[in-house]
Design a protein around this ligand. Structure first.
Ligand code: S5P
Length: 272
């Protein structure tokens, strides 16, 4: 079965996909995208909890998802970061994506997902994993999510099928095999971090795409940027933007509006 061709999901509206997707998490995400008219995920790569929470409150109206790297927050405590973050997710109606990039055997990732000081499974609606270790990584994370899924809490997994960084190895047969693994637990594994639409015709994987920037082309450390139009035309459903919006020299609210508008216009152009 071809897995790296454009599937028809590209031409279907978010609204229609929200009613047909196999994953409850994806349905909720697509509902948020439709009602807020935004396919923008802002990546909060900051090391101060005050800065993180201020950005979330200020940019909340313009995003469908905030992506965190919770382990870079210097002054992290669960009470002072996760608790207010979850409250802000209610206030502004967005999902939280902890970009943990799990990459170990199933048993280990289950503990990393559910335990330690971060207890990611307790609060992150979305997390992601490399397919490198094989399908056991998906079984392990699914086992960690199961108590939440059984309580009706939306939890979902993205596999890193492709990456944005220069020289990365997630290409060709690796990407194809990752797509094959994503067919396990369809109520949990709902899509990919990828640069292009992936999946066979008729399949509906949500494509979340980093390496999006309207001004820079690279960052000097291997990151490569494409424009919003390029990413969405290639099949991206949700654009992930970090420094293009939150860098110190940016007016973050103005940039969030700019990327939101560009993302929505590119989506409407793709629907035509
Ligand atoms: O291939 C990838 C996958 C991810 S999740 N390339 C990426 O850049 N990311 C993440 O997206 C990365 O960890 C960072 O948090 C964000 C991109 O940030 P920006 O500042 O370059 O937009």
């Amino acid at each position: 079965m071809p897995t790296t061709t454009m599937s028809s999901a590209t031409e279907i509206s978010y609204e229609t996909r929200a009613s047909t997707h196999a994953s409850p998490l994806a349905r909720r995400l697509l509902d948020i995208v439709t009602s807020k008219k935004t396919n923008l995920c802002v990546s909060l790569d900051v090391t101060s909890k005050t800065e993180l929470l201020e950005l979330v409150d200020a940019l909340g109206p313009y995003v469908c998802v905030f992506k965190t790297h919770i382990d870079i927050v210097d002054d992290f405590t669960y009470e002072s970061v996760v608790v207010p973050l979850v409250a802000l997710a209610e206030k502004h109606n967005f999902l939280i994506f902890e970009d943990r990039k799990f990459a170990d055997i199933g048993s280990t990732v289950k503990s990393q997902y559910t335990s330690g000081i971060y207890k990611i499974a307790d609060w992150a609606h979305i997390t992601n994993a490399h397919a490198l270790p094989g399908p056991g990584i998906i079984d392990g994370l699914y086992a960690g999510a199961k108590p939440h899924l059984e309580k009706g809490e939306a939890r979902g997994l993205l596999l890193l099928a492709e990456m944005s960084s220069q020289g990365n190895l997630a290409t060709g047969a690796y990407t194809e095999q990752t797509v094959a693994y994503a067919r396990m637990h369809p109520e949990f594994t709902f899509g990919f971090i990828a640069m292009h639409r992936l999946g066979a015709p008729g399949e509906d994987f949500i494509i979340m795409t980093p390496g999006v920037g309207l001004d820079a082309k690279s960052d000097g450390l291997g990151q490569q940027y494409r424009t919003v139009d390029e990413a969405v035309a290639e099949g991206s459903d949700i654009i992930i933007v970090g420094r293009g919006i939150i860098a110190k020299d940016k007016d973050s609210i103005a940039e969030a509006i700019r990327y939101r508008d560009a993302g929505w216009a590119a989506y409407l152009a793709r629907l035509k």
